[in-house]
Ligand binder design. Structure first.
Ligand code: WQD
Length: 339
């Protein structure tokens, strides 16, 4: 069974391709390489012993997208390809709307015209904004995200709900909390292109001496240690959830056209807890300084992931420390490649 994975050489996409290949799916990847490097494809092959088919282009190229659907009997799609830097989206909103929404719409046009169902969308807990109660479950009312990035995720979900209902296509929205970590082989991980926006890659580069100090954005939040709390989920656990969701879509005869799942550990960790866990897990120092809050940040978010456990038979299995140990191994691997 052939599955199209857009953004399949990206951080979460590449880990998901590995799990799909390990579960005997055929995989076709479309990735424009705007936020990854080609060596990731070779590493996927080394890890799995299998060669996914790879097309290096941008999903906004409708004519090329048609050729892929003409050439392969695609029976499902996992859509990761999107710009995802929260801060960047504030200075380039139109680029984010054009890329993230046109790519999705082009894909859905092809799925509709060829009557293909089984679509999984990479969404985000950012659609909840600052939720009023914790943990956050799928019935929590959505709030308009502050960032244009977050708005493209929320708009993407709305487009997909209309698509599923109007065309009776089965769609699953997966709302990730904070993905972290690297593959146990140390051959896949979060590729730091430019200055990392996210906490864990920045911690990794600070420990490696690439960055002088970590800026802790705010210690005046109403939390135990004053720093903001998030739900950090190990990327391989997250990848496995995609396989479970796909298997449910394809093999379970359910009338439901839209399924929504939160993917998190159900546990919140503060910024300083992550820093100290990284230091303890890897026996390294992470120098930091307390700075002003980052505009748009929320205080706290962690998941109620019971629905995914009940309906997908999935739950996160990896501790924060174990995930952070894989990050350090990935950094050591990158040093051998001088990246
Ligand atoms: C986590 C915490 C920061 C960097 C966003 C998106 C989400 C997902 C992940 C894309 C916050 C603090 C961070 C730093 C810090 N999307 N921090 N110093 O903002 O929760 O989520 O990225 O992949 O959809 O919304 O993740 O890792 O940027 O921040 O103190 O140098 O770490 O203030 O409290 P965030 P993050």
């Amino acid at each position: 069974m052939t599955i199209l994975v857009t953004g399949g050489l990206g951080y979460i996409g590449s880990h998901t391709v590995v799990e799909l290949l390990n579960n005997n799916f055929e995989v076709v990847i479309i990735d424009d390489l705007s936020n990854t490097e080609r060596f990731i494809l070779k590493n996927i092959e080394e890890i799995t012993g299998k060669k996914p088919i790879f097309y290096p282009f941008d999903l906004k190229r409708k004519e090329l997208l048609k050729q892929v659907f003409d050439a392969h009997q695609i029976e499902g799609c996992i859509h990761f390809a999107a710009y995802k830097a929260v801060g960047e989206s504030q200075v380039k909103p139109i680029d984010y709307y054009e890329n993230n929404l046109f790519s999705l719409i082009n894909l859905l046009q092809e799925m509709k015209e060829r009557n293909i169902s089984n679509f999984i969308f990479s969404s985000s807990c950012t659609v909840y904004g600052q939720a009023d109660t914790m943990p956050i479950d799928e019935n929590t009312p959505l709030k308009l995200p502050e960032s244009s990035y977050g708005k493209t995720k929320q708009m993407g979900e709305e487009i997909l709900k209309d698509f599923a209902i109007a065309h009776q296509k089965k769609v699953t929205l997966l709302r990730y909390f904070n993905p972290i970590g690297a593959h146990p082989s140390a051959k896949l991980g979060e590729l730091p292109i430019g200055i990392p926006n996210n906490l864990v890659p920045y911690v990794m580069q600070t420990a490696a001496g690439i960055r002088e100090k970590l800026s802790v954005w705010g210690n005046d939040y109403p939390t135990e240690d004053g720093t903001a709390i998030r739900d950090y989920i190990y990327v391989v656990d997250l990848a496995k959830a995609h396989v479970k969701a796909l298997q449910k879509l394809i093999f379970e005869n359910s009338e439901t056209v839209i399924d929504i799942y939160n993917l998190g550990t159900g546990k919140g960790s503060s910024v300083l807890e992550v820093v100290h866990a990284f230091e303890k897990a890897n026996d390294v120092a992470v120098p930091y300084q307390i700075c002003e809050r980052r505009a748009g940040d929320i205080t706290i978010a962690y998941a109620n992931a019971d629905k995914a456990e009940k309906e997908l038979g999935w739950k996160s299995e990896t501790s924060l420390e174990e995930a952070l140990r894989t990050v350090w191994q990935w950094q050591k691997y990158l040093e051998t490649r001088e990246i």
